[in-house]
Design a protein around this ligand. Structure first.
Ligand code: ZN
Length: 137
């Protein structure tokens, strides 16, 4: 069902500052930046092997990431797992009584289909699930 860890997302106050630190301190490369209005964030991608870090900066105070920063401060926001079949995985999780934020897939960064699982069911970790599309690399 689960293929690998696709990315680990970190909520930051200032994306440009965070990119600079991760590049200079860890020698990571910036692979791209993107606005995802559906989720109210600007995202930067820093690949590590076949996974990556995603730095998230809220686009406005209404963004869920802004609320996260207010409540918990900067830090790990979510972990994303690649799954073979997103719809099937969501149905199976719902069957097992796992609390879902998205019962149906929605669009995330790169226009990819993804869904969030509620942290209450996973001991405090917000989990993103995504299914690799044919046209992804
Ligand atoms: Zn993510």
């Amino acid at each position: 069902m689960v293929v690998k860890i696709d990315h680990i997302a970190i909520a930051v106050q200032n994306l440009d500052e965070a990119i600079k630190v991760y590049k200079e301190a860890l020698g990571l490369e910036l692979a791209g930046e993107e606005e995802v209005p559906e989720q109210g964030v600007r995202v930067a991608f820093l690949p590590i092997g076949d996974t990556r870090l995603e730095l998230l900066e809220p686009l406005s105070s209404e963004s869920p990431v802004a609320k996260f920063l207010e409540k918990r401060g900067e830090g790990i926001h979510h972990i994303c797992l690649e799954v073979e079949d997103l719809e099937k995985t969501l149905a199976e999780l719902a069957n097992k009584g796992v609390k879902l934020i998205d019962e149906k897939p929605r669009l995330g960064a790169h226009g990819r289909k993804m869904a969030f699982v509620h942290p209450k069911s996973l001991h405090g970790v917000l989990l993103e699930l995504y299914q690799k599309e044919e046209e992804d690399d």
